[in-house]
Design a protein around this ligand. Structure first.
Ligand code: ASP
Length: 333
């Protein structure tokens, strides 16, 4: 894009979130603004890129579905097949890391995709939406961001989809990248990268196709008796992700239940600590990772439960066999 004789063309898609929310008469804020209004409110944006603004959804981000994001991915793919140079997806911060991870899995080309939101609504003092949107556009329009997969930009920090996580309910610095730190930042209107991530070494995942099968996500607590885990196949789930304690552990008596479920559907073992890999070959007591893997569970690497769940949903949708899933999870280990 550095060689473009015109301004980069960005597709800006708004899905809702706090960045779009104003007083609604419901006693709180709710999504009202669309992409065109958000873009118009950012001084300097017109000098960064030519923008095509669309508003496919207007929801709180906890209401977004995998199917919604598949449709967003299809819109971006069509734009990239045309003359769009980069994409910015605006949405609520609650599920930004999930949207970003899905888009990262689905869109593997070099053109930048940036997901952005705000921690404060547009009517609040110190609203961070306009600055975040400008920074996101600068990144999406930057040749330096090509080949980094999907990124999340908030608080002037640039995060890789595979590492980023919302870690606070209110601060404008709510986003952090576990395991690796941010890839860079935006300062003085310039994108500055400290480091780059390697492209994802995974089989392609088609955007077109049917709905993703349901995958359950269960976090283990002290004294858990495993009844939710035991119920998952009967409830119609096609897969299960367990966020185990520590490096991926469950109470000893629950190990047998995990084994019974793993004989019926894929079971992926993540860590509820959210940082560091799920172990594979250290602990050998009942309910440990060696015990659970021996009973058929697959380790999630450093993917936390919500991201492991999304990968398993897309893997099941694509009909991957167990070795393919195992190899894909190993890409995050
Ligand atoms: N509840 C909002 C949402 O995720 C939070 C935000 O946007 O920051 O839609």
């Amino acid at each position: 894009m550095a060689t473009l004789s015109r301004l980069p063309r960005l597709l800006v898609l708004s899905l809702g979130g706090t960045i779009t929310m104003t007083g609604s008469g419901t006693g709180g804020i709710a999504p009202t603004l669309g992409a065109a209004e958000l873009v118009a409110a950012v001084p300097g944006l017109a000098e960064v890129a030519q923008i095509e603004a669309r508003s496919p959804f207007k929801v709180g981000s906890s209401s977004l579905t995998v199917e919604n994001i598949l449709s967003v991915a299809a819109t971006i793919e069509a734009g990239f097949d045309g003359d769009i140079d980069g994409a910015v997806v605006i949405q609520g911060t609650d599920t930004i890391e999930e949207t970003a991870f899905l888009l990262d899995l689905l869109l593997r080309g070099p053109k930048p995709v940036v997901v952005v939101g705000a921690m404060r609504g547009p009517q609040q003092p110190g609203a961070d939406g306009p600055a975040n949107l400008l920074a996101a556009a600068l990144v999406a329009a930057s040749p330096a961001a090509r080949g980094l997969g999907t990124l999340v930009v908030l608080n002037d920090e640039i995060h890789a989809a595979r590492f980023v996580r919302k870690g606070h309910t209110s601060l404008t610095s709510a986003f952090a990248s576990d395991n690796g730190g941010p890839l860079g930042l935006v300062a003085e209107g310039r994108v500055r990268l400290f480091t780059r991530v390697a492209p994802l070494d995974l089989p392609p995942l088609a955007i077109a196709g049917g709905n993703a099968p349901a995958v359950a996500l269960i976090k283990i607590g002290m004294g858990d008796d495993g009844r939710l885990i035991a119920a998952t196949p009967g409830l119609g789930f096609a897969g299960l992700v367990i966020e185990g304690a520590g490096a991926g552990h469950v109470p000893g008596p629950v190990a047998e239940i995990v084994g019974e479920v793993a004989a019926r559907l894929p079971v992926v073992l993540a860590s509820r600590t959210l940082s560091g890999p799920a172990f594979e070959r250290t602990y050998g007591y009942p309910g440990s990772e060696i015990d659970l893997i021996g009973r058929g569970a697959l380790a999630a690497g450093f993917l936390p439960g919500p991201k492991a769940r999304l990968l398993l949903m897309l893997a099941l949708r694509a009909g991957w066999d167990r070795p393919t899933l195992q190899k894909a999870l190993a890409a995050f280990a």
